[in-house]
Design a protein around this ligand. Structure first.
Ligand code: IVH
Length: 721
């Protein structure tokens, strides 16, 4: 039986979507992931599972996207390009103003298989789809851990090179791609003629050697090292100004597919690769033709064993049904082909020694233990720190200073400590306990009951204030360009800022008096601070740094309350009543604004000129205008012509909303084939049940469908058998 979508399910779904969106953003837009790829995949799958269990996919769910969101919409970026300083720190800002580049044929992503059983299941799905028992020939290729890009050639000359973006529109990074080895400026046509317009897909990677060289030279220049080759490659490709050629030259392009303009007569995937080679591309080496699944598994095993010896990082093997005619028969989902799969490698593991455990203080006062490791190369990348998250984690794993530990990374940034190797050593150090006082301000720390995290409760703690200020100045919040770590540290050390709003009380002369601050940069920063005063309610809410309130929650709260005072005065119950606001967010928000000091802080922001326009208020459920404004729908079963996504999107576009749970307040239950418990519930509650044709009529504004009579369950059931 399908569980119903209660408040908790909804909150869980919301939290998972927000979480994944945040990590996707850190990964794709900031090149600064906080979790491993493997962890991202796990969370992504958990979300997918929950979505199919609940039959609900939120509008902004990452499962609806092919790949990365764009760095941002270009219009919003236009006005800021002029002010960008051309130094390393500005790269993430610089990346904001690439032109969009459309992929005429969408760039698909791949489903993953994590183990042999999943790989076999993929082959079985293919067999079933093709209605065959016999072996299916697969082409296997090492999966390069880089960035997918597209190169467009017109009349044989490279015209546009772009990142994958969301699969439909990427970023135009032509100038940078022209510097990359393996991406020829013109196609060779002697061996094989090419079409007027050809688009070639492939992966841009940084070699491990290039990566190490790059990091050495960065260290020599006093710059932070890149954490892994893929992030270095992503950053390199998306440089907008102050182009660092050294970085670009460490990149290589390897082609693996043709979007438009495949030569006529090709019948096999393998011939596509041959065509690419004939045109002058570097392609994926070490591929193998696998006659059946056993051969595919053997090939995977060989590649896994070879992995440590390769000059570029590979994170799995891509298997594709080799015959193109079969690929067409098997077909594609919205964002993934059903005829290909990425069989991922397990994460890289190494052992090393914990030299020290230090406690670091974050924005909310959370004290995080970090293990300082004897530097070790894990899959080609040197690792020297690993977060231990909290005391509970340390206790569970019984991690102590001096221990030898297994650490792992999977093309990721934050390495994890998997386990202690030598736990039975007699001369082990004492168990590690987080300090009883904040390592920065000395205040006694607290750990609330049921909370895994230990916190510094001192509002004036400099570490906390510093991180809150950096958060406030960040891109997603008030976006104060130029207010970075160095400046913030000086402002705090000199006592020029003792609370968040103080930023808006600083004058230009004070800024100019800071170290490493010329008159010009002081004027620039001052202008950025002035600009930041003019903000929006969601951004202001994000800037406050209320725990759990990220982009989505802030948008939702702003749209529900319209103005800040109503939100400040809302009780936890009022907040929980909002669709999409779970009990945790509600509690955090109510608790935050119940605090006199926080209210005073808000008042001070306002007094110093921080302002935002009122937000058009939206009643829960009442979306935009449209024929379905104010109506809530529940979808169940399989519709004939519309996918669930499409149905939801069209309902939302017409002003309605879609929920996963049938209640008395539901306007309609749309029942398709094999509808189950939701349909029964609808009949029990007397909610109108309509079919797809009736939904389409409503969507086109064809009036209200009749409210259903209560019908005996059995009869309703039969309708959809
Ligand atoms: S073939 C329909 N071959 O992995 C897509 N992709 O996680 C067929 N990738 O989007 C892609 N190495 O960017 C193919 N040897 C390889 C690859 C490869 C890396 C990337 C590609 C794809 C992503 C999916």
């Amino acid at each position: 039986m399908t569980p119903r979508l209660g408040k908790e399910d909804k909150a869980r779904l919301r939290a998972m979507v927000d979480d994944l969106n945040r990590h996707a953003k850190l990964y794709y837009q900031k090149d600064a992931p906080e979790i491993t790829d493997a962890e991202y995949d796990l969370r992504f799958r958990a979300l997918k599972d929950l979505e199919s269990e609940l039959g609900v996919v939120l509008r902004d769910s990452p499962t609806r996207r092919v790949g990365a969101p764009l760095a941002e919409d270009v219009a919003a970026a236009e006005h800021r390009t002029a002010a960008q300083p051309a130094d390393e720190l500005s790269l993430e800002y610089a990346a904001r103003s690439f032109k969009p580049a459309e992929h005429r044929v969408p760039m698909l992503s791949l489903d993953n298989a994590m183990d042999e059983a999943e790989m076999r299941a993929f082959v079985e799905r293919v067999q079933k789809k093709l209605d065959r028992d016999g072996a299916i020939a697969l082409l296997g290729e090492p999966k390069l851990d880089g960035l997918g890009v597209e190169l467009v050639y017109e009349a044989g000359a490279l015209t546009v090179g772009s990142t994958r973006g969301d699969g439909r529109v990427g970023e135009d990074v032509t100038a940078n791609l022209r510097q990359v080895t393996g991406a020829p400026p013109v196609l060779r046509g002697e061996a094989l003629a090419f079409a007027e317009r050809v688009s070639v897909r492939g992966e841009v990677v940084m070699t491990l050697g290039g990566f190490e060289r790059l990091n050495k030279s960065r260290a020599a220049r006093g710059l932070e090292p890149f954490v892994n080759p893929r992030n270095a490659a992503a950053g390199a490709l998306r440089q907008l100004r102050a182009i660092d050629l050294e970085r670009l030259r460490a990149l290589e392009f390897r082609a693996y597919a043709i979007g438009e303009g495949a030569p006529t007569g090709v019948t096999r995937q393998r011939e596509i690769v041959e065509a690419l080679e004939a045109w002058g591309f570097a392609t994926i080496q070490n591929w193998r033709f696998c006659a059946d699944v056993e051969a595919a598994l053997a090939y995977y095993g060989e590649q896994l064993a070879l992995r440590a010896t390769l000059p570029i990082e590979i994170d799995g093997v891509v298997f594709m049904v080799d015959e193109l005619a079969l690929q067409r028969d098997i077909g594609e989902l919205a964002s993934r082909p059903r005829w290909a799969i990425a069989f991922k490698f397990p994460p890289h593991q190494e052992t090393t020694i914990i030299q020290e455990i230090v406690a670091s203080v974050g924005r909310t006062g959370a004290i995080t233990p970090v293990a300082k490791l004897q530097p070790v190369k894990v899959g080609g990348v040197t690792v020297s720190n690993a977060s231990l998250h909290n005391q509970g984690e340390i206790d569970r794993k019984d991690v102590r200073v001096g221990d030898t530990v297994v650490i792992q990374r999977a093309g990721d940034v934050i390495p994890q400590i998997v386990r202690v190797v030598d736990r039975d050593r007699p001369e082990r150090a004492a168990a590690y306990k987080l300090p009883g006082e904040c390592p920065v301000c000395g205040t006694e720390v607290v750990r609330a009951e049921g909370d895994a995290v230990t916190r510094c409760p001192n509002r004036a703690c400099l570490a906390k204030l510093k991180n809150r200020l950096l958060h406030l100045a960040g891109r997603g919040a008030l976006d104060i360009d130029g207010l970075g770590e160095k400046i913030v540290t000086q402002l705090l050390e000199r006592g020029l800022v003792t609370a968040l709003p103080d930023v808006f009380a600083i004058d230009e002369a004070t800024l100019a008096g800071l170290e490493r601050m010329g008159e010009k940069s002081a004027a620039k920063l001052m202008a950025a601070i002035e600009r930041a005063k003019n903000t929006t309610l969601p951004r202001f809410l994000i800037a406050l740094g209320i725990p759990e309130v990220g982009e989505n929650a802030a948008e939702l709260l702003a749209s529900q309350f319209g103005e800040l005072d109503a939100l400040i005065n809302a009780s936890a119950e009022q907040l929980t009543a909002i669709d999409g606001v779970g009990p945790v967010i509600a509690e955090r928000v109510a608790h935050y604004f119940a605090d006199e000091e926080h209210r005073a802080e808000v008042a001070r922001f306002r007094a110093l000129g921080v302002r935002w326009p009122a937000v058009a208020r939206r009643e829960p459920g009442a979306g935009a205008e449209g024929p379905l404004a104010g109506k809530t729908f529940v979808l169940t079963g399989t519709l004939q012509t519309l996918s669930r996504f499409a149905a939801q999107e069209r309902i939302e576009a017409a002003g309605g909303s879609v929920t996963g749970q049938v209640s008395k307040k539901s306007s309609y239950v749309v029942a398709g084939e094999a509808a189950g418990s939701k349909l029964r519930k609808a009949t029990e509650l007397g909610v109108a049940v309509i079919d797809e044709a009736q939904l389409l009529a409503l969507l086109s504004g064809g009036g209200d469908a009749p409210r259903a009579e209560k019908e005996p369950e059995a009869e309703q059931g039969k309708l959809f058998e």
